[in-house]
Design a protein around this ligand. Structure first.
Ligand SMILES: NC(=O)c1ccc[n+]([C@@H]2O[C@H](COP(=O)([O-])OP(=O)(O)OC[C@H]3O[C@@H](n4cnc5c(N)ncnc54)[C@H](O)[C@@H]3O)[C@@H](O)[C@H]2O)c1
Length: 264
C-alpha cells in the first residue's frame, strides 16, 4: 500500500510514545490520522500538530470504540490502516512473602484481568471492528494485482517471549497478541487485509519516563547493540514498512537491539 492523502488510518494509543511517533510518520506522508486514546490533552495537541483527529476512546469499552470509529470514518472515510499501540503494564508477583512482616499475598485477579482487557481484548476489539469496516472498501489497484484492502499492525512486546518477574499478566496479554496474529491474518486473507505484530524491546517513551535515570542507564547498557533505548521513530519506521510492504503478512517481529530480558 502506498501512503498518501487518499489513505485514512486509526492509531490506538496514538496520543503518546510509540503510537504518537507512528501517527506523526503516517501524517508526514499525507495520511489522514485518527488518534484513539484516553489522554485527551495530549491527543488533542498531537491531532492539531499533525492535522489529524482526536477521538476519546477507551479500548476496553465497546460503545466507546464504536463511537471512535464512527467519528473517525465520518471525518476521514473508512480507514485502510489500523495501528494498535494502546497498552499498559503492571508489575506484581504471582505469589509473594513480605520480607519484613512475613505476610503472604497473591496477584489480585482483577488486576490481572485489567491488563488482559486493555492489551489483548482491546487490541482484538479494534482489529475486529476495523477489519469489518475495511471489508466495505474496494481493493486497491497496484502493480502486483494483489487486491489489498487494508493493513493492520499490532504491538506486543519482547515480554511475550521473555517476560520478567512480575510480568505474568503483561506477558500473557502480549503473548496473546502474538498468538492471534497468524489466525487473524488467515481469517482476513480472502479479503486482502494483512496483519502483523511488532515486539518492541525497551523504548524511550512516557511509559519509562517515571523510571529514575540510573535505571534507564542500566536498561540501555543491557542492550547488546546499539547500547541505548529504542527511539519511538524506529518503531514507527517498522510499522510503516509492515503497512507499505505488500508481502509482509502474518508475521511477528522483534525490534529490540538483540536484547533478551533477564529474569529481573
Ligand atoms: N515503551 C516500551 O519500551 C515498550 C516495550 C514493549 C512494548 N510496548 C508496548 O507499546 C505500546 C505503546 O507503549 P508506549 O511505550 O508508547 O506507552 P505510552 O504510555 O507512551 O502510550 C500508551 C498510550 O496508550 C493509551 N492507553 C492506555 N490504555 C488505554 C485504553 N484503555 N484505551 C485507549 N488508550 C489507552 C495511553 O493513554 C497512552 O497514551 C503498549 O502496548 C506497550 O505495552 C512498549
Amino acid at each position: 500500500m502506498q501512503l498518501d492523502a487518499t489513505i485514512a488510518a486509526v492509531v490506538t494509543g496514538g496520543a503518546s510514545g510509540l503510537g504518537a511517533a507512528t501517527a506523526r510518520r503516517l501524517a508526514s506522508h499525507g495520511v489522514k490520522v485518527a488518534l484513539f486514546d484516553l489522554n485527551e490533552a495530549a491527543g488533542e495537541a498531537l491531532a492539531r500538530e499533525i492535522g489529524g483527529l482526536f477521538c476519546a476512546v477507551d479500548v476496553t469499552n465497546e460503545a466507546s470504540v464504536d463511537a471512535g470509529f464512527a467519528k473517525a470514518r465520518a471525518a476521514h472515510g473508512q480507514e485502510r490502516v489500523l495501528v494498535n499501540c494502546a497498552g499498559t503494564g503492571n508489575a506484581v508477583k504471582t505469589a509473594s512473602r513480605d520480607k519484613a512482616t512475613g505476610e503472604i499475598k497473591h496477584f489480585p485477579l482483577a488486576n490481572f484481568d485489567r491488563i488482559i482487557q486493555i492489551n489483548l481484548v482491546g487490541t482484538f476489539r479494534c482489529i475486529a471492528k476495523s477489519a469489518a469496516g475495511m471489508l466495505t472498501l474496494e481493493p486497491l489497484v497496484d502493480e502486483h494485482g494483489s487486491g489489498e484492502r487494508g493493513a493492520i499492525v499490532n504491538t506486543a512486546s519482547v515480554a511475550a517471549v521473555d517476560g520478567q518477574m512480575g510480568q505474568a499478566s503483561y506477558s500473557a496479554s502480549k503473548a496473546g497478541v502474538v498468538g492471534m496474529t497468524l489466525p487473524i491474518a488467515r481469517d482476513l486473507m480472502g479479503e486482502g487485509i494483512r496483519v502483523n505484530t511488532i515486539l518492541p524491546g525497551i523504548f524511550d517513551t512516557p511509559l519509562l519516563q517515571g523510571a529514575p535515570d540510573n535505571v534507564k542507564a542500566a536498561l540501555a547498557a543491557s542492550v547488546p547493540f546499539p547500547k541505548r533505548l529504542g527511539n519511538p521513530a524506529e518503531y514507527a519506521h517498522l510499522a510503516e514498512t509492515m503497512i507499505t510492504n505488500g508481502y509482509f503478512n502474518g508475521e511477528c517481529v522483534r525490534l529490540d537491539g538483540a536484547i533478551r530480558m533477564a529474569p529481573r
